[in-house]
Design a protein around this ligand. Structure first.
Ligand code: HAM
Length: 429
C-alpha cells in the first residue's frame, strides 16, 4: 500500500510498475521485431554526452538546449548533459565508429530514456522514453523517407494504436532560393503583426521565426493563417523531392495529411518533416516526430551524409493504448500458472524439485518459502491470480499422486509427476 515517505520520485519522473511493465515489454518486443524486418539493427548509445553535441546538433536557441537540458560540470570540469534526444548521439556514434565504411545506408534503432526539464503534465515527463530509428548514409531517395514512415505506421498498426494520424511537410533546405529566402519573408511578415503576438512568438521572430508556426495560442491562429507558406518558396529540387515522397507514401498505402505549419522544434531538419498523433492523449498528442537531416553528420565533424529518422514517445504510446482499453494492463498481466501449496518437510523438498522442473519447462511457479495451511495457501494463490494450485502434502508425496486444483472453478485432478508436467505443458499460459 502507498505510504507517505520522505523520499518520492523526482518531479516529472516516475516508477513503471508491473503489470504495466509487461505492456512496455510487449511494445518494445514488437518494435524490435518490426524494425528487424526492415533491416534495422539496435544501437545503445550512452545516456551522458558532451553538452556541446546537443548544442550543435539540436541548436543552441531551441527550447530543448536553452531551457530543458540537465547539464552539469563533471569532475574534470567538462560540461556533460543527460541526453534530451538520441539523433545527435547516433550521428556521433556513426562518425566515431567510421560507419560510412559499412554498406550504406546504415539503419539503426534505439530504445531508452531521454531527459527534458519540461513542465510535467499528462503525456509529458522529465524522464521519458523514446523508440527511435535513424537511416544514415547512402542517398536521399524519397523512397527512404517513405519507407521510414511506412515502418513506424506498420508498428502502430500492429499495436492497434487508436486514432493514428500522420501529418507531413517539407521545410526545404537552407539556401536563399529555398528556406532561407522564405524565413526572411516570414520574418518581415511577422514584424508587421508583432504587436498582436504573444511574448513567446515575439521572441521567436528574432530567434527562430519558423517556430511561430507551431504556436497553439488561440488568438494567434487567425494571424498565422495569413502568413506566407513555405510550399510556395521551395526550390525546384526540394519541391520535386516532396512530390516524390508523397508518391512513395501512396505506393505504400500510407495515408497522410499535409500540414504546412509542421516545422518541428529541432534545428537539424531539412526537407521532409512529419508527426503522428494518436487518440486519448489530450494536448500532448504527438506520439512520433521525425524528419530528414542531411548535413547533421557533417555539422558534427563527419563526412557529408544523408540522414532521416524519427522518435516515438513510448510513454504516450502506452497511454494511448491503455486509454483505448484494448490493452488493459490486466490483459497483459502475466498470469501466474502454478502455486505450490506444500505442507510438511518431505513435501517441501519435493516442491522445490517440482518448481525447478516446471520453471525449466517455461511454467510460472510460486513456491511459498514457509509452510502454510491449505486454506491460507489457496487464498494467496487466488490473490496472485494463479491459475492452478498444486497441493503437496507428505501423503501425496508418499503416494506419488499429486492434486492439481483449478482455481477458477475449484475442480481437482490427480496426476503422477510425469503426467502433471505433460498436462501443464499442454495448458501453459
Ligand atoms: P521530438 O519531437 O523532440 O523529436 O520527440 C519525439 C517524440 O518524443 C515526441 O513526439 C513525443 O512523443 C516524445 N516526447 C518528447 N518530449 C517528451 C516528454 N517531455 N515527455 C514524453 N514524451 C516526449 C526528437 O526527439 C527527434 N530526435 C526525433 C528524430 C529522430 N528525428 C529524426 N530522427
Amino acid at each position: 500500500m502507498a505510504s507517505k515517505s520522505k523520499f518520492q520520485a523526482i518531479r516529472g519522473t516516475r516508477d513503471l510498475l508491473p503489470p504495466e511493465t509487461a505492456l512496455w515489454n510487449r511494445v518494445e518486443e514488437t518494435a524490435r521485431q518490426i524494425f528487424g524486418t526492415f533491416g534495422f539493427g539496435e544501437i545503445r548509445p550512452p545516456i551522458l554526452e558532451p553538452t556541446e553535441l546537443f548544442a550543435r546538433a539540436v541548436g543552441g536557441d531551441t527550447d530543448i538546449v536553452s531551457k530543458e537540458m540537465y547539464t552539469f560540470e563533471d569532475r574534470d570540469e567538462s560540461s556533460t548533459s543527460l541526453r534530451p534526444e538520441a539523433t545527435a548521439s547516433v550521428c556521433r556514434a556513426y562518425i566515431e565508429h567510421g560507419m560510412q565504411q559499412l554498406p550504406l545506408p546504415v539503419k539503426l534503432y534505439y530504445i531508452g530514456p531521454m531527459f527534458r526539464r519540461e513542465r510535467p503534465q499528462k503525456g509529458r515527463y522529465r524522464q521519458f522514453y523514446q523508440i527511435g530509428a535513424e537511416v544514415l548514409g547512402g542517398n536521399d531517395a524519397p523512397a527512404i523517407d517513405a519507407e521510414a514512415i511506412e515502418m513506424v505506421m506498420t508498428f502502430f498498426d500492429r499495436l492497434q494504436l487508436p486514432g493514428v494520424q500522420l501529418e507531413i511537410n517539407s521545410i526545404g533546405h537552407n539556401a536563399d532560393n529555398c528556406r532561407r529566402g522564405y524565413v526572411a519573408q516570414l520574418k518581415s511578415a511577422l514584424e508587421k503583426v508583432q504587436d498582436k503576438l504573444g511574448a513567446d512568438s515575439q521572441r521567436r521572430i528574432v530567434t527562430n521565426p519558423l517556430r511561430v508556426l507551431d504556436s497553439k495560442l488561440e488568438h494567434e491562429q487567425s494571424i498565422i493563417e495569413t502568413l506566407p507558406r513555405i510550399a510556395d518558396h521551395l526550390c525546384d529540387e526540394c519541391k520535386a523531392h516532396y512530390v516524390a515522397v508523397k508518391h512513395q507514401l501512396q505506393l505504400r498505402g500510407v495515408l497522410y495529411k499535409e500540414n504546412w505549419r509542421l516545422v518541428r522544434g529541432l534545428d537539424y531538419y531539412m526537407r521532409t518533416t512529419f508527426e503522428i498523433t494518436a487518440a486519448g492523449l489530450g494536448s500532448q498528442d504527438a506520439v512520433c516526430g521525425g524528419g530528414r537531416y542531411d548535413g547533421l553528420v557533417e555539422l558534427l565533424g563527419g563526412p557529408p551524409t544523408k540522414g532521416i529518422g524519427f522518435a516515438i514517445g513510448e510513454d504516450r504510446l502506452i497511454l494511448s493504448l491503455l486509454e483505448a482499453k484494448n490493452q488493459s494492463p490486466a490483459s497483459s498481466r502475466q498470469l501466474l500458472s502454478v502455486y505450490i501449496a506444500w505442507m510438511g518437510e518431505h513435501a517441501h523438498a519435493t516442491a522445490i524439485r517440482a518448481a525447478k522442473t516446471l520453471r525449466a519447462a517455461g511454467i510460472s511457479v510460486e513456491l511459498p518459502p514457509v509452510e502454510q495451511k491449505l486454506g491460507k495457501a489457496l487464498e494467496r494463490a487466488s490473490k496472485l491470480n494463479s491459475r492452478y494450485a498444486l497441493i503437496l502434502g507428505d501423503n501425496e508425496v508418499a503416494e506419488g499422486s499429486w492434486t492439481l486444483k483449478t482455481l477458477a472453478d475449484g475442480s481437482q485432478q490427480k496426476f503422477t509427476e510425469p503426467e502433471l508436467l505433460d498436462f501443464l505443458r499442454r495448458n501453459k499460459i
